[in-house]
Ligand binder design. Sequence first.
Ligand SMILES: CC(C)(COP(=O)(O)OP(=O)(O)OC[C@H]1O[C@@H](n2cnc3c(N)ncnc32)[C@H](O)[C@@H]1OP(=O)(O)O)[C@@H](O)C(=O)NCCC(=O)NCCS
Length: 405
Amino acid sequence: MSVEYRPLGPEDVEQAAYLEATAFYDQPTAERTELMRQVIPPDWTLGAFVSGRLVADARVLPTARRINGGQLPFGCVGPVACLAEHRRQGYVGRLMRMWLERMREQGTALSGLHTPHDSLYQRFGWERAEGRKRYTFRAKDVMIRVRGAAGAMVPVDADGWQRLDNIYRRYAEPRNGPLERPEPWWRHGIFRHYESGRRQRAFVWSAASGDDQGYIVYASQPLGWDPDRGGGHALVVRDMVSLTADAYLGLWQHLLGHDLARPIAVEVPLDDPFWQLVQDPWNVNVLRAEGAMIRVVDVERALAARPYVGERPLAFTMRVVDHSAAWNDGVWRVEAADGRMTAERASGEADLELSVNFLAPLFTGFIRPDRAAASGMLKVNRPAALDQATAAFAVTHPPFCNDLY
Ligand SMILES: CC(C)(COP(=O)(O)OP(=O)(O)OC[C@H]1O[C@@H](n2cnc3c(N)ncnc32)[C@H](O)[C@@H]1OP(=O)(O)O)[C@@H](O)C(=O)NCCC(=O)NCCS
């Protein structure tokens, strides 16, 4: 039995569409294969071929992620799939290691993924490093206590994607987590649900001055019939962005017009205050939602691309333990000054020690170094270095990305 690992070519797309659909319990369809052909270059996917047949694959979409007013090259991992009859034979593990090397060669500094299998990806260095919470509520139970200026809700279809993109770019620029979204991302990942093809509805909130200041994208989802409730629909928000308080309030007010939906479900950054703006906060359920697992693919490149938002120059050393990316493993001297950070190879005992896993939530600002040290994620050999690291890894916003990939 021969096993070959290689990037996919155009002739492999049909097999990949079949593999990915069956691994996720979907039906392979001709439309899906065609869409894959149109929007995903085959060599964004690495495959494991057993006797010429594709049995496992892993894809990385190249994009960029905003942080502290800058951006760094980012790889979105997904899907990752193996045919059921070939699982637990190490095919996907090998593909993940190959992807780490390939991403580094391509200049990708950081990578992210969404998964229910944390322990699988932890072993390759990914770690939860972004936060989200989910609100669920019924429109009739919620009254907002604060009113904003009136604006217009303007429906927009996929051909108007640039109108949303203009708002999104202004929103993303200073933030921590938003991804660069090219046109196909808008058309096939925002205006449509990529997997199901289900169309989403989009509206722009436009101020009386005519300035577009926010947008919302959502779809209704039929609920199964149950004897207590009957049938019905949930309303699931895919994306919601506002640049001003008036737009923020206007978008929420629009959602509250959906009096048939039960529930309305919205995912927001951890510091979103909507629940506090309503008359009875107990009517808004606040649930944990899935933030991405992140991996620092290339310590040197990632730190060099990460803007520093502190005032004073500082420096410390850290030992990074990385079992699947040797180029990261070892001691680094980190400096931060004049809006920039750098990492250079160093030696000797390091001020701080941590795994590449726990570097990810520090890097994104999901967990502060002093909190990481207090909970055993980070070992401190020189206490003064902990203050320096805490200042160095400060962020302008908590990490949040409104994409699922
Ligand atoms: C998850 C999936 C991709 C794993 O593929 P696989 O080829 O069986 O994985 P591997 O054999 O390479 O496993 C590598 C290691 O991870 C472990 N592992 C595999 N799947 C795991 C899981 N779901 N959770 C935790 N650990 C897992 C394996 O035991 C193995 O450990 P070992 O090296 O100590 O033996 C495959 O089960 C699959 O296609 N599932 C359905 C689709 C899916 O869930 N995709 C991932 C979505 S993020």
